[in-house]
Design a protein around this ligand. Structure first.
Ligand code: CA
Length: 235
């Protein structure tokens, strides 16, 4: 079944970019520029997921979400310029399912949207999971639920660490330079590239038995990083 997404975003460039990336994945989307318009569309149409910007002309994303949640439990992914806004919506019962902060990587956003859609279709298909789990030694990474577990114990990853792991997992075996990773995961062309190294070190500490001699998050000297893992069919 073809998924359909509604995007409420007043910035045309951003909306166009998301639409383009979704289209490449075979996901159809409608777009509107204001919350009021979005609420109207939601009355007459059925969507599988909503991408919702916080800062909108007219009523803002907070208010839109509040109104939607009265009678709709569709997944809502927040686009926010400020992390605190999104944290509040997720952490304090605002009813959002996920968020990305601007600037974001359209590739990562699309991956997250796909994961949510997969989760819904999985739930509708009586728990038959279809996104593969990945193993890192004793650890199991479940991209569908953004969870990393060791012996049933959840390992906490920051949002950025999760995005980095998701990106490398989806492109496993492929070597990426720090610049490429920064562009894809941080969604920026320019910035402090050394943050990639810092995040890789943190991820290694959480995932590798010996972070100094990584078995999974590997360095290809002179090129960059890549992920070496086995897919797991176990669901
Ligand atoms: Ca906006």
């Amino acid at each position: 079944m073809q998924a359909r997404i509604l995007i409420i975003e007043d910035e045309e460039d951003i909306a166009r970019l998301i639409t383009l990336y979704l289209k490449r994945e075979g996901i159809e989307s409608d777009r509107c520029e204001t919350g009021e318009e979005g609420l109207e569309k939601l009355k007459d149409n059925s969507y599988d997921l909503l991408v919702l910007d916080i800062n909108l002309p007219g009523i803002d994303g907070f208010e839109v979400l509040q109104k939607i949640r009265k009678n709709n439990d569709m997944p809502v992914l927040i686009l926010s310029a400020r992390r605190e806004d999104a944290d509040m919506l997720i952490g304090f019962g605002g009813g959002a399912d996920d968020y990305v902060t601007k600037p974001f990587s359209p590739g990562v956003l699309t991956a997250r949207i796909r994961a949510h859609l997969k989760r819904i279709s999985t739930e509708q298909n009586h728990g038959e999971a279809s996104l593969a789990l990945f193993r890192f030694g004793d650890l199991i990474f479940d991209p569908t639920h953004f969870s990393l577990k060791k012996d049933e114990k959840r390992i906490d990853l920051s949002r950025r660490e999760m995005d980095l792991l998701l990106f490398l997992t989806r492109n496993k075996g492929q070597v990426f330079s720090k610049e490429q990773i920064y562009k894809e995961v941080w969604g920026n062309e320019y910035g402090d590239i050394s943050t990639v190294t810092v995040h890789m070190q943190r991820l290694r500490k959480k995932i590798e038995i010996n972070p100094a001699d990584p078995k999974h998050l590997k360095t290809k000297y002179g090129y960059g990083y890549f992920l070496s893992i086995e897919d797991s069919d176990e669901n």
